[in-house]
Design a protein. Sequence first.
Length: 365
Amino acid sequence: MQKKLILFMPTIDVGGVEKNLFIISNYLSKKLPGSILITSSKSLNSKFQNIKIINPKYNVENSSFKRLKFLFCIIELIKLLINNKNYLVFSFQANLYCSIICRIFGIKIIVRSNSSPSGWRLGFFRKIIFNFFLRFPNKIIVNSKEFKKEYQKRFNIKVKCIYNPLNIKFIKKASNEKIKIKFFKNYNNIKIIFIGRLVNQKDPMTFVRALNLLKDKINFRSIIIGRGYYYKSLQKFLVNKKLNDKVKIINWQKNPYKYLKSADLLVLTSKYEGLPNILLEAVSLKKNIISTDCPTGPREILDNGKGGDLFRVEDFQQLSKKIILFSKNQKNYNDKLKFAYKRLERFDYNKNLKLYLKEIKSEMN
């Protein structure tokens, strides 16, 4: 009797990880009937197709305590495994806890690790713990080759690299939707966009600090799309530096592609990543990119700077200089963009989804 698949994702926010979860889980549930998703994010149940969804008995979706969501979802996982051990678990989140439970019950588990170990807070004891428990999963999947090297270097563990599946047709179609906010419309100077969660990892403060250095040097307008705990700090900075007329912050958008299409330049300021979807999406829409050379992802997507510009993490002065260079020589950047677009075949939607299915089926036997 073939095992059934359990997808484990305790909390679903907005971002690249969640976007990939929707894509991968909906694909797998079609290919593997009877699949189950465990999540506390009850409001997003309708996003999933052909899959049985288990939400915790107590509604903790709006709780600010992430570990509480993990705990209640772990309880639901234990309930399933007590009654039936004919499962394979595919974990997107809370991977350590999930791996321990699966080891206790003798259940195979595949873990998808989402962000570079460079962003993990690993003191001496935590590193020992991670070194031990990261050997529990039957397989670990990461989404970039740099990420794979870092895992192997830090933990001496074999991991599998499968790139994020990129649906170019969907992105292009969604980008044609009309924009209600006309901030970029009929503006003939440089239009710069930042799309991402307003949190420390994405470092939006570096972005606005760079814009502050540019306000008297070049003509530009900028849109920041996202939500997170940095929102108030960003608004305060824009007011204090008198950037309100040049920079607008828009809450997270279900369809950010229509805004991305109207921009000239996308800037990514992350301190660390896994494989940033937004860079792939920008290249899909043939938009120029300036990104931090953070671990891991941007250097790999942009082929060591051949497909777009890279700058040092948190170096807003270098970023401002890169934007000035872009304003003076867009042709050079367009040549880089053409190169990046040709290299998008690595992230082919169907090819990478089939690789996920192959890895899962290999553990179901």
